[in-house]
Write a protein that binds this ligand. Structure first.
Ligand SMILES: C[S@@+](CC[C@H](N)C(=O)[O-])C[C@H]1O[C@@H](n2cnc3c(N)ncnc32)[C@H](O)[C@@H]1O
Length: 286
């Protein structure tokens, strides 16, 4: 399903499951996720979104994680995890993502993509997450197909792209971003079958948390919470990406981590804390 800058309630399809955990304190059980609303006039829309995503309406915010509809945006809060205080939304206009968008083109990520300002580069971001990396790519002229399989993150991303499309500073950038909610393995199969040209596939799979790294950033902690109990199938993603990308596959890794699946890259670009492994493919166009 491809969604572009319009009403997310209509576009987010109903395949999400509700996580049935009764233990709010355990770090091993998937979180219970509910839907709340800040204004009585939003109740109908929120209940519809709950049905679409397969989540429970939770006006009393009893769940571990709550997706909340406000008059201006969709946001996520974690009442079951007080350390993750305050709501989070996908905001491509302001905040850290906005800062990264405004920064010059010196990002190591851009060099790894091999994107040239005067050329068209079609990137599939196969692990969309909060969309921060996708935003940087789109801000520097790439056309980005963002794929995210977690229904809650996909809903937040779609809402962020919609708001960015309505703001003068980000309208054109958002126009270069398309969201697909689904599993990238299946999406890549479909794209290959259709003969759709993808120049670069970008992968940023979750890296297993190391016990010493207690102070991870809030958005990363929320990702870790949302993805508890979900499959981490990054190796097959790399295999599929190598068969799909016309020019290269770029994999983001922690600076000192081994390459994904033990597969040696053609070359790497190193940042302060992360590394981008580049796998050249040179698949001829059909
Ligand atoms: C570390 S996060 C990516 C963060 C992202 N680069 C950003 O800038 O916010 C990994 C994301 O990939 C998603 N993901 C993992 N496997 C996937 C798959 N097979 N298809 C689609 N999304 C996937 C997870 O749900 C998670 O949101």
């Amino acid at each position: 399903m491809v969604c572009r800058n319009s009403d997310f309630l209509k576009q987010v399809s109903a395949t999400a499951e509700f996580f049935l955990s009764m233990d709010r304190s355990s770090s091993k059980t998937p979180p219970r996720i509910g839907i709340a609303w800040t204004d009585p006039s939003l109740e109908g829309k929120a209940r519809q979104l709950a049905r679409t995503l397969g989540l429970l309406p939770d006006p009393g915010q009893q769940c571990d994680v709550v997706l909340q509809l406000t008059p201006s945006r969709l946001e996520l809060s974690c009442p079951g995890h007080p350390s993750l205080n305050g709501p989070v939304a996908v905001d491509f206009v302001r905040g850290p993502a906005g800062y990264r968008r405004r920064r010059g083109g010196s990002e190591v990520l851009l060099r790894a993509l091999g994107h040239k300002a005067n050329r068209r580069t079609v990137v599939m971001d196969a692990t969309g997450g909060w969309g921060d990396d996708a935003l940087v790519m789109a801000a520097h002229g790439c056309e980005v197909l963002v794929v995210e399989r977690h229904p809650v993150l996909a809903a937040l991303l779609l809402d962020g792209i919609r708001r960015a499309s309505e703001h003068p500073a980000t309208g054109k950038i958002a126009g270069r971003m398309r969201l697909v909610r689904g599993d990238s393995l299946q999406v890549m199969d479909r794209l290959r079958a259709q003969g759709t040209v993808i120049d670069v596939v970008y992968l940023d799979p979750m890296f297993p948390e190391r016990s010493k790294s207690a102070k991870v950033k809030k958005k990363l902690q929320i990702l870790q919470l949302l993805l508890i109990g979900r499959e981490n199938d990054a190796d097959p993603l790399l295999d599929a990406a190598l068969r799909t990308a016309r020019k290269r596959v770029v994999v983001k890794r922690p600076a000192t981590a081994p390459p994904l699946g033990g597969a040696l890259p053609s070359h790497s670009f190193r940042g302060r804390t992360v590394r981008f492994d580049v796998y050249l493919t040179d698949i001829p166009s059909l």
